[in-house]
Design a protein around this ligand. Sequence first.
Ligand SMILES: *Cc1c(COP(=O)(O)O)cnc(C)c1O
Length: 380
Amino acid sequence: MAPIDPDPSPSPIGATSRLTIDLDAVAANWRAMAALAPGALTGAAVKANAYGLGAVPVVRKLYATGCRNFFVAHLAEGISLRPHLAGDANIHALHGIPPGTAHEFVAHGITPVLNSLVDVDAWRHAAAQADRPLTAILQLDSGMNRVGLSAAEVKALVEAPERLSGIRFFAAMSHLACADTPEHPLNAEQRRRFMAVTQSLPALAGAHRSLANSAGILLGPDYHFDLTRPGIALYGANPASALPSPVTPVVRVETDILQVRDIDRPEVVGYGAAHEVTGPTRVATVAIGYADGYLRAAGNRGKVSVAGRLVPILGRVSMDLMTIDVTDIPPAQSAPGMPVVLVGDNLAIEDVTRDMGTVSYELLTRLGSRFARTYLGGVA
Ligand SMILES: *Cc1c(COP(=O)(O)O)cnc(C)c1O
C-alpha cells in the first residue's frame, strides 16, 4: 500500500483507540458507484469532514481517482478544501449563500447551491459586481420540503428571467427523501417533479441534472441523470439496507482492553447498576465511551469483537469507558492490552448502528478526535 497520508488531525499521544481509514477502499467504492451510473458524472459528498473520516485525505484520493465534483455543506468546508484540490475540481456548497458572503464564494472558487430566491438575488448581484458570469447550481425542492426552490418560486423565475442574468447554471439538483426504500412511491414522484421543473426553466437548458445520492444510484438508470452525488457508499456503508451491500468497508475501529476483572458472585456492572451479573463472569473494560463518538444507546445492547468472536456490551456506555463480557474468550486473548474491534472484521458498521438504533451516517460523523488515525492508501 502507498505511504500514509499526512494526517490533518494529529493523533493524541498515548491514544489506545485506533481508527483506520482505507482510502483504497474509498476509491474502489467511488469507482463502483461510477460503474453503476456509467452515463453520468460521479461526484462525491464530502461534507462534515467527509463524514468524519478526514476530508483532506479523502478528497485528494478521490481527485486522484477521477472525481471532479465535490459537495460540501458549508462555505467554510469548501474554503478549507480548496488548497488541496486542483483548479479543475469543482467544489459545491450545498447550503447556499450566507448573508454577505457571496464575494467569498467568488474569491475561493466555490460554487454555491442556490436554495432560495434570496440566494438567486445575491448571486446575480455578485455576478454584476464581478462583471462576468458566475457559475451556480440551482436546487429544486421536489418533495422533501427541506431546502431548495419550490415550484412556485421556479415559476417566478420563469416569469422574470432577468433575475437570473449573469448566472450560469452548472447543474440543477434535487434530493430524494426515500431513496433507501426503493418501493416508496415518493421516489418516482420526486423524479417526475424534478424533470418537470427543470424543463420549465429555460436557464437550465444545458445544465447537468443531479438527483441521486448513494441510495438513489441503486434505484437504477432512471435516477442517474447527468451527475450523481454519492456519500455514504464511498465511506463503506450499505446505502440501502434491504439490498446486498455494493461497497467495501472503509473504517476499522479498534481499541485495547484496559482492565479485566473476574466476578464470581452476584454483582452489578457500571452506572445505574444497569447490568447484573449472576454467575461467574469475566468483565473487560475498554477506554471507549460516548465522548469518543460511540453511542450511549449501545449500552446492554451492542456487541464488540474479541479474538474473532462477538461479545456483548455489559451495562451502560460511560463517557470514556465501557465494559464487555469476555467470559467465553480464552484468558490469553482477553488480557489487558489485547485488541477489541468495535467496527470491522466480523462486525459490519450496519450491525453496530442497528444495535444503537441509528444509521451509519451518525456513527461515522461522531468518531471524533480521540482516535489515533491511520490512513491506508493515501495520496501524497
Ligand atoms: C449528504 C448528501 C448527499 C450524499 O448522500 P448519501 O446518502 O450519503 O449518499 C447527496 N446529496 C445531498 C444534497 C446531500 O446532502
